[in-house]
Design a protein around this ligand. Structure first.
Ligand code: PLP
Length: 426
C-alpha cells in the first residue's frame, strides 16, 4: 500500500509492468482521482486534462449523472455480463440511439456490438465488408490509424506500429489522404483514376476506410468536398464506405458524427472511445441493413455490448444529445482554442495549427520540439499528448464539457511551455 513517502512512486510500474507501457512514461506520476477536466495525482497535485483518455472522455471524468445511472444499475442487480443475450440495457441503448441520433438524420442502421475496443470494431467492419462484397482489398489512407490488432493494423499507416506486427499486414492499398501533397492537388481525383483504370494494379476494393479527422495520424482533417468526392466514387464503383469515427465522433468536432458536416451516409460507421460516456469500454458498428450478411455467431467475442457501458452510454445520449447545447459549446470552445493557437504560432517558422471543432493540433515540425513542449506543459500542470508520423504534433483534446476558465488556463500553460521549450538547447 502506498504511504505518503512513496506517493507517486513508479517502482511497481517500472519493475512489474511490461516495457510496452507508454503513457506512464510521458506522465510519470500516479493519478488517483479525476473530475471533469481535472486529474489529481497521489501527492494532491492537480493537472488540466487535454488528453481525455485519447478521446474517451469527451464528457469529462466521472460525470455524476452518468455514474449515478451506473451505480443504480449495479445496486439493482442489473445484468452486468450477458454475452450478447437480450437485456433491457441493450434495448434501451438501441432505442435511444435510434431516436436521438439516427432518426433525426434520416439514417437507418443495424447495430452490431463487437468486443469492447476500437480495434475490435474495425476488425468486424473490415471482415463484414469483405464478406458482403466477396472482395478482399481495402483502401486506407496515408497516416490513417485504426488500431493495432492485425486486421486493423493492416489499414494503419504508422511504421512504428506496423513494424511490431511480426508478419506483413495484408489486404490493403494506401492512397494519399486529403492534402497529402499540399492544397494544390485533389487526391480524390488520383483515387478515382486508380480505381477506374483496370490496369492501375489496384484490385477493386471491398471498402474504403477513413477518419474524417485523423487523430493519431497528426490531426489532418479532410475537407467536405474531398469527403463527398470519395463517397461519390465509392457509390459509382460499388465500394463500401467505412467511416472510423472512434476518435473524431461522439461530438468531438461539434456534431455527434464527424461526417455530419459533409452529409455523408456511410455504409458502416465505427464508434468506440467516448460512446459509453465515462470511459467504460464499448464499441459499436452501425451497418446498413442490406449489409447484414452475418450468420448467427459468425463473428463473436465474450465481451460484446457490455451492459454497464450501455447504461452509461444511454445516459450520455439523454444528457448531451437531445438538444444543441453541447454542439454549440464545442463550436464556441473550438473557436476560442483556435484563436489562442493562432496567437501561439504567429510569427513562428516551426509552428502551425490545424484541426476541427475541439480536435486541434499544434504542429511543431519536429518530434523533439513537441516533446520538450509537452514535458514543460506537464511540469506546469497540463496533460497533453503527441501524434503524427514523427510525434511532431501536439494533440489538444480537452473534454467537450470543460469550462472556459479551465480551458484558458490550460492554453496559458501550453503557451508558456512553447516559449520555455523554444529557449532550451536543441
Ligand atoms: N480508430 C481510431 C480512429 C482510433 O483513434 C483508435 C485509437 O486511438 C482506434 C481505431 C483503435 O481503438 P482501440 O485503441 O480502442 O483499439
Amino acid at each position: 500500500m502506498p504511504t505518503e513517502s512513496n506517493f507517486n512512486s513508479l517502482f511497481a510500474f517500472e519493475n512489474m509492468e511490461s516495457n510496452v507501457r507508454s503513457y506512464s512514461r510521458s506522465f510519470p506520476v500516479v493519478f488517483r482521482k479525476a473530475v471533469g477536466a481535472l486529474l489529481e495525482d497521489e501527492k494532491g497535485s492537480i493537472y488540466i486534462d487535454f488528453l481525455s483518455g485519447a478521446g474517451v472522455l469527451n464528457y469529462g471524468h466521472n460525470d455524476p449523472d452518468l455514474l449515478n445511472g451506473a451505480v443504480h444499475y449495479l445496486k439493482s442487480n442489473g445484468i452486468v455480463h450477458g454475452l450478447d443475450m437480450a437485456t433491457p440495457a441493450k434495448r434501451e441503448f438501441m432505442e435511444h440511439f435510434h431516436a436521438i441520433i439516427l432518426r433525426p438524420r434520416g439514417l437507418t442502421y443495424k447495430f452490431q456490438f463487437p468486443g469492447p475496443t476500437g480495434a475490435n470494431a474495425v476488425e468486424a467492419a473490415l471482415k463484414l465488408a469483405r464478406k458482403a462484397t466477396g472482395r478482399y482489398n481495402v483502401i486506407s489512407f496515408t497516416n490513417g490509424f485504426h488500431g493495432v490488432s492485425l486486421g486493423a493494423l493492416a489499414v494503419t499507416g504508422n511504421r512504428y506500429y506496423r513494424d511490431a506486427a511480426g508478419l506483413p499486414p495484408a489486404g490493403t492499398v494506401f492512397m494519399p489522404y486529403d492534402a497529402y501533397f499540399g492544397a494544390g492537388m485533389d487526391t480524390s481525383e488520383y483515387l478515382n483514376k486508380m480505381l477506374s483504370d483496370t490496369s492501375s494494379g489496384v484490385d477493386l476494393p471491398a471498402a474504403v476506410i477513413l477518419e474524417t479527422v485523423q487523430g493519431e495520424g497528426g490531426i489532418n482533417s479532410a475537407s467536405k468536398d474531398w469527403l463527398q468526392s470519395v463517397e461519390r466514387l465509392c457509390r459509382k464503383s460499388g465500394i463500401l464506405l467505412i467511416i472510423d469515427d472512434i476518435q473524431a465522433g461522439c461530438g468531438r468536432t461539434g456534431s455527434f458524427f464527424s461526417f455530419d458536416f459533409a452529409g455523408l451516409s456511410p455504409d458502416i460507421v465505427v464508434l468506440s472511445k467516448s460512446l459509453s460516456g465515462v470511459g467504460l469500454p464499448l464499441s459499436l458498428l452501425l451497418l446498413k441493413p442490406e449489409l447484414d450478411v452475418w450468420q448467427p455467431g459468425e463473428h463473436n467475442g465474450t465481451f460484446r455490448g457490455n451492459n454497464l457501458a450501455l447504461v452509461t452510454a444511454t445516459a450520455a445520449l439523454k444528457k448531451y444529445w437531445t438538444d444543441e447545447k453541447l454542439s454549440r459549446a464545442v463550436v464556441e470552445m473550438g473557436r476560442l482554442m483556435s484563436k489562442r493557437l493562432r496567437q501561439i504560432v504567429e510569427g513562428s517558422h516551426s509552428l502551425s495549427m490545424r484541426g476541427r471543432g475541439m480536435m486541434l493540433g499544434l504542429d511543431c515540425s519536429t518530434g523533439k520540439l513537441a516533446e520538450k513542449i509537452v514535458r514543460k506543459a506537464f511540469e506546469g500542470g497540463l496533460v497533453v499528448e503527441r501524434c503524427g508520423a514523427e510525434d511532431q504534433v501536439i494533440k489538444l483534446l480537452p473534454p467537450l464539457t470543460i469550462d472556459e476558465e479551465t480551458l484558458e488556463r490550460g492554453l496559458d500553460i501550453l503557451d508558456m511551455s512553447v516559449h520555455e521549450a523554444s529557449k532550451l538547447p536543441s
